[in-house]
Design a protein around this ligand. Structure first.
Ligand code: NG1
Ligand code: ZN
Length: 534
């Protein structure tokens, strides 16, 4: 009977309305919201199958992150709060694209190939959504899919993407990771923050006030609860909190706008030398910046945050006297100056992986303490369980000096400020503020650590972006034949020049990245390389 409901519902309520195929990319499915109802329903079905297969709670997040307000999207979250395992991405794609009359076949294939026997189990599926006007009806479609397949939807309503990842991890670790509630999440982060900050809210040149751009999205809605929990230890002046449906989500503001336009967002007061930050539409990216006394814009992006965090962890780890290995993971989009700084000056090993959080996260798990960030501000720190245990055990013993004990205790609390499941703009903000406070730095001192090479990111629409394939963490083209040689010849003309091209995983475009010693050369290099990509 249930099966009949699944397919009858599909045909009657959520028929496949779009002919062309979509694919589960680096951030799930993402397209115009009006084309997504049947995809959402089908992802509800898939989430239940995945949960039965893993015998665990699975998450579904409805968001299109930094995209414009009319878009939407969906991604599945695996048991430990990580992105959906790659081998299931192709099932997601298949399930989204099959015609209504073949839906049953694909579902049966998934059940058979994965030998899912517990079809009567009623697994919990946690569902969350961002503030887009389309999100409520798309969320209903997901929930209908979950119910039709016999799962138990737990609707968290409007939450940030990282909150949803956190809830999934909490549920599957039987609360070892934290309480699976919004209150539990705020309490965990803000309590840890306050413990580390202590009674002195300011230190040296650091002042505990920051201007915060909520991108007119969920990041604005949720920061209010943090402000309450922080109880004045950090003063967050919030801007860009328009009501839902105003059309202003990510518009001329938010982390993606600031990073890609390299511009100060609208809606924030322009106070010289004041630390500002922006989050994106689902609050998983964070970017810092400020205007100097000449109104010049200074950007402190994901690379800058990564180097700050990695450098700090190195210092504190040394103070604990506990031997744990530390590494930083970047993508090819990381500014070359940041890579040089971290390897040559901080002497921390750096790995480069393809674009997409899942690659970064996976690689970071190879270290005891792995820091990973994309230049666009998405990233976090992950700790091996053994590393955490080692710290806790060392703290319990009496073999540590006073300094070692203080550093160890600080590190243990700092771990609780971090959302290890995925990049979390607000958790990252608390971590950056903690480090700047510890160092007594203002935003200019932070910026002085190294000088970014001017860089440019362009996109070009082509007929078929899949003709470009890459290797070496996307830094070299394999096809079309001859393209890499042409790029090499162009790059060779620019001192310290670097450029690469790759097909986007989230948009129908080819991205071109370039950096060089001066802004003019960099823009010229980017344009020249873009010229080869038609
Ligand atoms: P694509 O479209 O594959 O370049 C973009 C970002 C990624 C990542 C994903 C998911 C750049 C250059 N690319 O991927 O870093 O954030 O979106 O949102 O910023
Ligand atoms: Zn995002």
């Amino acid at each position: 009977l249930r099966c009949r409901t699944v397919y009858a519902f599909a045909r009657e309520m959520y028929p496949k309305t779009v002919k062309c195929d979509i694919s589960y990319g680096t951030a799930g499915f993402r397209t115009r919201a009006t084309d997504l109802e049947y995809v959402m329903y089908r992802m509800g079905l898939l989430a239940v199958l995945r949960a039965r297969f893993k015998k665990a709670v699975i998450g579904v997040m409805i968001t299109a992150s930094h995209n414009p307000e009319p878009d939407n999207g969906v991604k599945l979250v695996d048991p430990m709060g990580e992105m959906l395992e790659q081998s299931w991405e192709k099932w997601a794609t298949k399930l989204a694209n099959v015609t209504d009359d073949k839906l049953e076949n694909v579902i049966n294939d998934i059940i058979k190939l994965h030998d899912i026997q517990n079809m009567n189990d009623r697994p919990e599926i946690v569902v969350g959504k961002d503030t887009r006007p389309s999100s409520p009806s798309l969320s209903k479609a997901v929930i209908d899919g979950i119910l039709a397949m016999g799962g138990k939807p737990i609707d968290y309503g409007i939450v940030t993407t990282p909150q949803l990842h956190y809830f999934v991890a909490c549920k599957n670790t039987h609360r070892a990771y934290g309480e699976p509630t919004e209150e539990g999440y705020y309490r965990k982060l803000t309590d840890a923050f306050k413990k580390v900050r202590g009674d002195n809210f300011n230190n040296g040149n650091y002042t505990n006030r920051i201007l915060y751009d909520g991108a007119n999205g969920v990041g604005a809605k949720k920061i209010k609860f943090f402000k309450e929990g922080l109880a004045g230890s950090l003063i967050i002046d919030m801007y860009n909190d328009e009501i839902i449906g105003s059309g202003k989500l990510n518009y001329l503001c938010g982390a993606d706008f600031v990073k890609s336009q390299q511009k100060f967002p609208t809606g924030l007061p322009q106070i010289p030398n004041t630390r500002c930050c922006s989050v994106d539409g689902d609050a998983d990216r964070l970017i810092y910046y400020y205007l100097d006394e000449n109104q010049k814009f200074h950007l402190l992006d994901g690379d800058r945050i990564a180097t700050l965090i990695a450098g700090f962890f190195k210092e504190v780890l040394e103070k604990t006297g506990i031997r744990l290995n530390l590494g930083l993971v970047q993508t090819a989009y990381a500014n070359g100056a940041s890579t040089t700084y971290i390897t040559k000056e901080l002497k921390i090993p750096v790995a480069c992986v393809p674009t997409g959080v899942k690659w970064l996260h996976h690689k970071a798990l190879e270290y005891d303490v792995g820091v990973y960030f994309e230049a666009n501000g998405h990233g976090t720190v992950v700790f091996k369980n053994e590393a955490k245990e080692k710290l806790r055990n060392a703290f319990q013993t009496n073999n540590l000096t006073r300094e070692q004990k203080d550093a160890t205790s600080r590190l243990i609390h700092i771990i609780d400020i971090i959302n290890e499941t995925v990049g979390d703009a607000i958790a990252d903000l608390l971590l950056v503020e903690t480090i700047l406070h510890a160092k007594g730095w203002d935003v200019r001192q932070w910026e002085e650590t190294y000088t970014d090479l001017p860089n440019r990111l362009l996109k070009v629409s082509v007929q078929d972006r899949t003709v470009i394939t890459t290797t070496d963490a996307e830094r070299k083209c394999v096809t079309p034949k001859g393209l890499q040689e042409e790029i090499d010849n162009i790059v060779a003309k620019y001192p310290k020049g670097r450029s690469f091209v790759r097909p986007s995983g989230t948009e129908d475009v080819i991205r071109i990245y370039a950096e060089a010693v001066t802004r003019r050369e960099c823009d010229k290099l980017a344009a020249e390389v873009a010229g080869k990509v038609h």
